[in-house]
Design a protein around this ligand. Structure first.
Ligand code: COI
Length: 413
C-alpha cells in the first residue's frame, strides 16, 4: 500500500462533498452526486487511480448530519469568478469547532456546516474582548494539490497570545490537524493556481459566560475559510500610507505583540479617517517618542536603503508576523543585510523603497508616505526592484512554483 501511494504521489486524506445546506442552493439535480457524467474528466482520472489504492474515510457535518460525504472531492463552483476575488468573505462549506471547558483540554472537535454560531450574551469574548485570531493561507499547485504555509507558526503564535490573554490554547498538533481538515473539507474553494488563495481564519474565543471581569469558564476554537484575492484595492500596485501622529496602535506592556481581536478594532478610527482622505492605510509610530515606526493596521513594514533592509524589532508592541519572519529569511538567502532594530520616521522618508508584509497583504509595495502633510514618493515605475524580488521569491515558494528549501510548506492532496 505504501509503495502504491508513493508511486502516484497521493496521501490518504478525507475529502468531502458540499454540506447539504450549501448544496441545496446550487440547484443541482438529485442524481448529481452519484451520476459520474457530471464529474470533470480530470477528476474521474484521479478517482480511477485512487479507487485502486484506497477506500476513503467518511466524515459528515455533525450538526445537519446530512448524507454529505462520499469519496468525491471536486464539485466545480460555476458561479464564482476566480478573476474577481478581493478580500471579502465568501461563505464556504464547512467550519471546524472544538470546545474547551475548565479542565483546559480541547475536545477533539469536528466539522460543521459553515454558518452562524450561538454565543451567550455574557461571553468573555463579547463582553471583555477575550479573543484571538490567526490568519494563514492555502494555495493550489499546478498539479491540483494544496500547500499550506507554515501552519505550525500560527499554532505557536496562538499559544503565545493565549498565554497573554489568560486562555487555554489548542496544542500545535491539534491546530495543524484542524487546519488541514478544514481546508480539505472546503477543497473546492481553493482558487486555481495564480488566482488567489484560501484564507484560513482560526479563532480562539472565551465563549463561556462571565459577568464580573475574569477569564471565561469555556473556550471555543473555530476555523473558517474564504477564498481571497488581493487585500488592498490597489492589487499589487503600490499603496499610499499616511503616518499617524495622534492615535496609537499599541503601548509598552499592552497587547500589541499578540493577535488579539481588540488590536484591530482600535485602529479602525485612524484607518477610516485616512481612507476618507484617499490613503490606503495608516502607519503607526511608537507611543512613547512618536518617532519610531511600529506597523501598519494589518501588516508589518520594511524600509530598504541600498542593500540593507530594516524593520522594527519585535519588542512587545509589534505583531511578530509570520510573513515578516519569512521575508527576513528569504532576504538573507538572497544576500541582503537585514536589520531588526528601531527604525525612525526620518529613515523611512529617506528610504529607496518601502514595503509591507502580512499574510493577507503578502508583500505590498508602498508608493508614497505622507508625514505631517508632506508626501514622499518612492520610485517612478511602480514596484521597487527589491520588493519585487522578495515578493516573487516568497510567493513562488508558497505556491509550489519553486523548490521549498526552507521546509515551510505542508502539502495536502
Ligand atoms: C492577516 O494578514 O492575516 C491579518 O490577520 C490581518 C487582517 C487584518 C486581515
Amino acid at each position: 500500500m505504501e509503495t502504491s501511494l508513493a508511486l502516484v504521489g497521493l496521501q490518504l486524506q478525507p475529502s468531502y462533498l458540499p454540506c447539504p445546506s450549501r448544496r441545496a442552493s446550487t440547484l443541482l439535480p438529485a442524481n448529481f452526486f452519484t451520476d459520474r457524467r457530471h464529474l470533470p474528466l480530470s477528476y474521474l482520472k484521479l478517482q480511477n487511480q485512487r479507487s485502486l489504492i484506497s477506500s476513503r474515510p467518511q466524515v459528515a457535518c455533525t450538526i445537519c448530519r446530512g448524507t454529505a460525504v462520499s469519496n468525491s472531492e471536486t464539485f466545480e463552483l460555476d458561479d464564482i469568478d476566480w478573476d474577481d476575488l478581493g478580500f471579502g468573505l465568501v461563505p464556504t462549506d464547512y467550519m471546524y469547532v472544538a470546545k474547551c471547558s475548565k479542565d483546559g483540554n480541547f475536545s477533539k472537535g469536528d466539522l460543521q456546516c459553515f454558518g452562524n454560531i450561538e454565543m451567550n450574551p455574557s461571553s468573555g469574548v463579547l463582553n471583555y474582548g477575550q479573543g484571538l485570531f490567526e490568519g494563514l493561507k492555502a494555495y493550489r499547485k499546478l498539479d491540483g494539490s494544496i500547500l499550506l504555509f507554515r501552519p505550525d507558526e500560527n499554532a505557536l503564535r496562538m499559544r503565545m497570545g493565549a498565554e497573554r490573554m489568560c486562555m487555554p490554547a489548542p496544542t500545535t498538533e491539534q491546530f495543524v490537524e484542524a487546519t488541514k481538515m478544514t481546508v480539505l473539507a472546503n477543497k473546492r474553494w481553493v482558487p486555481p493556481p495564480g488566482k488567489g488563495s484560501l484564507y484560513i481564519r482560526p479563532l480562539l474565543m472565551g465563549s463561556g459566560a462571565v459577568l464580573g471581569l475574569a477569564p471565561a469558564p469555556e473556550y471555543t476554537f473555530l476555523i473558517y475559510v474564504s477564498p481571497v484575492g488581493n487585500y488592498f484595492k490597489e492589487g499589487l500596485a503600490p499603496i499610499n500610507l499616511v503616518v499617524e501622529n495622534e492615535f496609537h496602535r499599541a503601548t509598552p506592556g499592552g497587547t500589541g505583540g499578540v493577535k488579539t481581536i481588540g488590536n484591530y478594532a482600535s485602529v479602525l478610527k485612524a484607518q477610516s479617517l485616512a481612507k476618507a482622505k484617499g490613503f490606503s492605510d495608516v502607519l503607526y509610530l511608537d507611543s512613547v517618542h512618536k518617532k519610531y515606526l511600529e506597523e501598519v493596521s494589518s501588516c508589518n513594514v520594511f524600509v530598504v536603503k541600498r542593500t540593507t533592509i530594516s524593520t522594527p524589532a519585535i519588542k512587545g508592541t509589534i505583531l511578530p508576523g509570520i510573513t515578516r519572519k519569512s521575508i527576513i529569511d528569504v532576504a538573507h538567502s538572497l544576500g541582503f543585510q537585514v536589520e531588526e532594530r528601531l527604525v525612525s520616521v526620518e529613515e523611512l522618508l529617506d528610504a529607496d523603497e518601502v514595503f509591507c508584509t502580512g499574510t493577507a497583504v503578502v508583500v505590498s509595495p508602498v508608493g508614497s508616505i505622507t508625514y505631517l502633510g508632506e508626501r514622499v514618493s518612492y520610485g517612478k515605475t511602480g514596484v521597487g526592484a527589491v520588493s519585487q524580488q522578495l515578493y516573487s521569491s516568497l510567493t513562488s515558494l508558497q505556491m509550489g512554483l519553486s523548490e521549498d528549501k526552507m521546509g515551510w510548506t505542508v502539502e495536502l492532496m
